[in-house]
Ligand binder design. Structure first.
Ligand code: SF4
Length: 243
C-alpha cells in the first residue's frame, strides 16, 4: 500500500432550494422583468415576498415595475438614520407617485444603537459594524417572515454582481433580481419612457446613493459604485452576504 493514494472526492452539496433557484433562473433566462416579477409575486412566493429598496439612484425602475404587478407589495426601506435628506423626501414622492401602498420604514433597534454607536460615528471607526447594526440586523429581522425578497442589483454594477442570476438562494431566503441584466442605457431609457423622477443627487454626480457618510460623487468613467465607501476595501454593506 505504500505510495498509493486514495483520493476522496467531496460531492458538491446542492440543496433543494438552490436547485429551485437554478431551475427558475433557467426558466426565466430570456424573460423580461415584468414576467420575472409576476412569477415571483404571484406564482412562486405569493404573500411570502418583500421588495427591498434604498430609494437610490436607480430604484424607481424596479419600484415602477413592481407597482404594475402588485402595488401592495411590502417595500422595505432601511432607515439607517444616516440617509441624505434628499433620499427621504424622494422616498415619499416616489411612493406616492407610483401608488405603492405598503412601504415600511425599518430602523435599527434603539437600545443597540445606544450601546454600539453612542456617538453616531461608528461608520468612521468600523463601517462593517455600523452596517451590521443599521442594515444587516434590521433587515434580517424584517425579512424573518418572508421566504424571498426582490432586489434591484444589476450585473453592470461590477464586483461580485457580474455573475448574478435572476433567482438565487442565499442560505435563508430566495432572492429575485428582475433587472439583473439591464444596462445603464436601458435604465436611463426606462426613466425617460415612464417619466420617472430622478433622485435629486443624481444630477450632482451620485450614480449610486447610500448613507451620506459613505457615499461620494463619482467622476466620468469611474464605476457606478466607486463612490461608496471610497478609499476602503469595503464594497458592499453586507445585506447580501447571507440572506
Ligand atoms: S453605509 Fe455607512 S453610515 Fe450607513 S450603515 Fe453602513 S457604515 Fe453606517
Amino acid at each position: 500500500m505504500s505510495g498509493s493514494v486514495i483520493k476522496l472526492q467531496t460531492p458538491r452539496t446542492v440543496s433543494l432550494a438552490e436547485e429551485r433557484a437554478e431551475m427558475l433562473s433557467a426558466r426565466y433566462a430570456d424573460a423580461d422583468a415584468l414576467d420575472i416579477l409576476y412569477a415571483a409575486l404571484r406564482e412562486e412566493f405569493p404573500g411570502e415576498i418583500a421588495l427591498v429598496s434604498s430609494f437610490g439612484a436607480e430604484s424607481a425602475v424596479l419600484l415602477h415595475l413592481a407597482a404594475q404587478v402588485a402595488p401592495d407589495v411590502p417595500v422595505v426601506f432601511l432607515e439607517t438614520g444616516k440617509h441624505f435628506a434628499q433620499t427621504l423626501s424622494y422616498r415619499k414622492k416616489l411612493s406616492t407617485q407610483l401608488g405603492l401602498t405598503n412601504v415600511q420604514e425599518i430602523k435599527p433597534v434603539k437600545a443597540e444603537v445606544a450601546e454600539e454607536d453612542p456617538d453616531g460615528d461608528l461608520w468612521r471607526k468600523n463601517p462593517d459594524a455600523c452596517c451590521t447594526l443599521r442594515k444587516v440586523r434590521p433587515l434580517d429581522s424584517a425579512l424573518s417572515n418572508y421566504e424571498a425578497w426582490i432586489t434591484g442589483r444589476k450585473q453592470f454594477h461590477g464586483g461580485a454582481r457580474v455573475r448574478l442570476p435572476a433567482f438565487e438562494y442565499a442560505g435563508k431566503h430566495f432572492k429575485v433580481n428582475p433587472i439583473v441584466s439591464w444596462t445603464p442605457d436601458r435604465v436611463d431609457a426606462y426613466f425617460r419612457e415612464h417619466d420617472l423622477p430622478s433622485h435629486p443627487l443624481v444630477a450632482q454626480g451620485f450614480p449610486s446613493i447610500g448613507c451620506w457618510p459613505c457615499t461620494h460623487p463619482v467622476a466620468d468613467g469611474e464605476d457606478v459604485r466607486s463612490g461608496r465607501w471610497r478609499g476602503q476595501a469595503k464594497t458592499e454593506c453586507g445585506i447580501h452576504g447571507k440572506g
